[in-house]
Design a protein around this ligand. Structure first.
Ligand code: FAD
Length: 439
């Protein structure tokens, strides 16, 4: 019996969760149950895997188990950019090998289209906007990154428009940035509303249990998942719980649970909206990877996302939130001096799963155990696509994107503790220091 060594326990004030329509979570599991398929983790990856598995095996019951409430975890805490274009931070032009970049573009587009079609079919109210993204810079190093990325994007046939400082306020209100590259294609969503909607519209042969943290697993001919109030036995297990897979005994020493932080303002009044100006909905991604992501939402709030922390147990450190909120405030005031009286209503953290070599895991982990894990911070499109394709792989379907994912070497090994924590924390601190005014 493998004991699960750490359980999710996210902090209490994720803005997207609280500002989206409330739903009644599906009941937690109690007692004993058997099914052919069990999936652990109802984030974007697990929701896509469950939907697709249910379609591939319409006569089977698919059991989807989530430790918290759907929409409360990372899938509902992110910045809501469903991005299609690749962005390889290891390559000079941020695109690198064109064949690989084109495959990543197809993979992300598959995830995007899948979400677009479910949202349209079920009329999910998640503020989905075909808004594109502004990759924006304040200083010369950031501007050089934009120029390099534009030339990289051209190599994969994607045109992007460079916008100069004087024209930016009519797009995004603020005159803080010196240049931005507008890249069409990105879809903006209210992430918690999206995943709540995905959970509400699962096929009838999916049984979702929320607030059911799995505490131990017996791996064998059949898989038995143990939790506080019972057990679930399945023929096959799919792990879609991102960095928590390490606490189920897989990919140990390879996954890096890294925390990001977000704050969301109250709604702007009509007068404040007029003072701000610009388009009603937009999203800015920083040119520098350690800079701030900023959004103006369809319900007229401003999101600020920056700062990083590394917690190998995958659990937040609530005591640090005031410090990150203060950093968000500084970033907000630099960009929006015309909105100085607008307060943050929510501040939260959320985990992404990174790997040292930027590779994820896709495929079989052990007999009867499969995984789609570690989407390196791009969970909305990539998590959706890999969850869906994992269900196809298990159903015996093959195509080029599945082969591409299977050919990945997977996340590589990281140094042992305590060197790992010291090393990652130093990289994060140094990166944030170098980002300077891009934060
Ligand atoms: C602040 C922030 C901003 C981000 N911005 C973006 C963005 O703009 N675009 C983008 O694409 N991505 C973004 N991300 C990353 C994105 O949120 C993740 O990549 C995505 O959530 C991964 O989805 P997932 O389903 O693979 O994993 P998760 O969303 O982490 O879902 C895994 C689920 O497994 C559950 N689980 C774990 N252990 C157990 C257990 N023992 N029993 C039962 N359930 C368990 C967890 O509760 C969790 O709900 C951001 C993340 C954060 C935190």
């Amino acid at each position: 019996m493998q004991k699960v060594t750490s359980l999710p326990g996210d902090d209490a004030m994720p803005g997207w969760y609280h500002t989206s329509a409330a739903r009644t979570p599906r009941p937690a599991h109690t007692g004993q149950k058997s099914a052919r398929w069990a999936i652990v983790g109802a984030g974007l990856t697990g929701l896509a895997a469950a939907r697709q598995l249910a379609l591939n095996f319409p006569d089977d019951e698919v059991v989807l188990i989530e430790a918290q409430e759907v929409g409360f975890g990372s899938a509902g805490r992110n910045a809501g950019f469903a991005i299609d274009v690749p962005h390889d931070i290891g390559a000079k032009d941020y695109i690198g090998d064109v064949t690989t970049a084109n495959l990543i573009l197809r993979l992300n587009t598959l995830g995007q289209n899948y979400l677009r079609s479910i949202v349209a079919e079920h009329n999910i109210d998640c503020q989905l906007a075909e808004a594109g993204k502004y990759q924006a810079a304040v200083g010369a190093p950031g501007i050089a990154i934009l120029e390099a990325y534009r030339s990289g994007l051209e190599k994969i046939g994607r045109e992007a428009q460079m916008i100069d400082a004087q024209d930016l306020p009519e797009h995004i209100g603020t005159s803080y940035y010196k240049k931005a590259l507008y890249i069409p294609g990105t879809v903006l969503v209210q992430p918690s509303a999206l995943v709540k909607g995905l959970a509400e519209t699962l096929p009838a042969n999916v049984t979702l249990y929320e607030n059911t943290p799995v505490t131990a697993v017996d791996y064998g001919d059949k898989i038995t998942l143990v939790h506080e109030k019972g057990t679930i036995t399945a023929d096959k297990l799919l792990l879609t719980n991102n960095a928590f897979a390490a606490h189920f005994g897989f990919l140990q020493g390879r996954l890096l649970p890294t925390f990001l932080y977000g704050s969301l303002t109250r709604q702007l009044t009509p007068e404040e909206q007029a003072r701000l100006g610009g388009k009603p909905v937009w999203g800015v991604i920083p040119a520098h990877p350690f800079g701030s992501t900023i959004r103006r939402t369809a319900d007229n709030r401003i999101l600020v996302r920056n700062s990083f922390g590394f917690h190998p147990d995958g659990r937040p450190r609530v005591k640090n939130l005031p410090r990150y909120r203060a950093t968000h405030r500084k970033s907000f005031e630099r960009r929006f001096p015309m909105l100085s009286e607008v307060d943050f209503e929510y501040t939260w953290s959320g985990a992404i799963c990174l790997s040292q070599n930027h590779e994820g895991f896709f495929g079989q982990l052990a007999p009867n155990v499969y995984g789609a894990l570690c989407c390196n911070g791009l969970g909305i499109t990539r998590g959706t696509a890999t969850g869906m394709l994992l269900a196809d792989l298990i159903a015996g379907k093959r195509h080029e994107l599945i082969d591409f994912l299977l050919a990945s070497p997977g996340p590589d090994r990281t140094p042992p503790q305590p060197f790992l924590s010291i090393g990652v924390s130093s990289v994060l601190k140094w990166g944030q220091f170098r980002a300077g005014l891009e934060v």
